[in-house]
Design a protein around this ligand. Structure first.
Ligand SMILES: *[C@@H]1O[C@H](CO)[C@@H](O)[C@H](O)[C@H]1NC(C)=O
Ligand SMILES: *[C@@H]1O[C@H](CO)[C@@H](O)[C@H](O)[C@H]1NC(C)=O
Ligand SMILES: *[C@@H]1O[C@H](CO)[C@@H](O)[C@H](O)[C@H]1NC(C)=O
Ligand SMILES: *[C@@H]1O[C@H](CO)[C@@H](O)[C@H](O)[C@H]1NC(C)=O
Length: 186
């Protein structure tokens, strides 16, 4: 065996050693006790507010988006929507929903929601939960998937039961009740 080959084998052995260390490190990652937290708030959509809580950023060519047809297949919105403690839009703002909503149903109003819910006050201040889920927009009650979070909700999973409690096409206001169940670690 020549020196060059010997060197290559040494490099391989060294890499294996490093990989072993890395995987052991991962196995020893410490998490606290699992706990369950309920978060309850209201999502205050107002597309006629200044600035609007959701803006259309893309749509298929030749597809019309208007007040009575806001979610044709392919319509994509960026949203920054206040979250309040009570149903009243003027009640205390406890957070902001920020993300993307894309209409992904060919024949039904199904929106894919990739949204971060960041809490800005109260005991969850500066923590967030992330949702990545399809959302059947016309169902009175639907379920969204919580896929992660930050701060207190690091490595979270869970679900949100969401209920549309007010919808007004003329004023472009929609109020949605969220009851989020989060599984996370202490
Ligand atoms: C909105 O667009 C749809 C689909 O093109 C159309 O049928 C409807 O009349 C439009 N409504 C308004 C208020 O313009
Ligand atoms: C939507 O409807 C069209 C026309 O009826 C049909 O060809 C298509 O397969 C439907 N798409 C889905 C996903 O059901
Ligand atoms: C919807 O909004 C319009 C415009 O703000 C208002 O005149 C109307 O009363 C509202 N309808 C309902 C059912 O709240
Ligand atoms: C939220 O959901 C939890 C778990 O399903 C339930 O125990 C709780 O009563 C709900 N809260 C509200 C305000 O609906």
């Amino acid at each position: 065996m020549n020196d060059k080959r010997m060197n290559n084998i040494n490099v391989l052995l060294f890499l294996l050693f490093v990989l072993t260390l890395v995987s052991q490190g991962h196995a020893h990652y410490h998490v606290g006790k699992e706990k369950v937290t309920n978060i309850y708030f209201f999502f205050q959509e107002n597309r006629k507010a200044d600035p609007p809580t959701a803006v259309l950023v893309a749509k298929p060519k030749d597809t019309i988006v208007n007040a009575t047809n806001i979610l044709p297949y392919g319509a994509t919105y960026v949203l920054n929507t206040p979250l309040t403690a009570e149903q009243d839009p003027n009640s205390e703002v406890v957070g902001q929903a920020q993300g993307l909503a894309a209409s992904a149903g060919q024949n039904q109003s199904v929106v894919v929601f990739a949204v971060d819910y960041v809490f800005t006050s109260g005991k969850f201040k500066d923590s967030s939960v992330s949702v990545l889920s399809s959302y059947r927009i016309l169902e009175p009650i639907t379920e969204l998937t919580v896929v992660g979070g930050r701060g207190k909700f690091r490595m979270a999973s869970g679900y949100a039961i969401v209920r549309t409690i007010y919808r007004n096409i003329t004023s472009a206001i929609v109020i949605v009740e969220y009851n989020v169940t989060v599984f996370h670690y202490e």
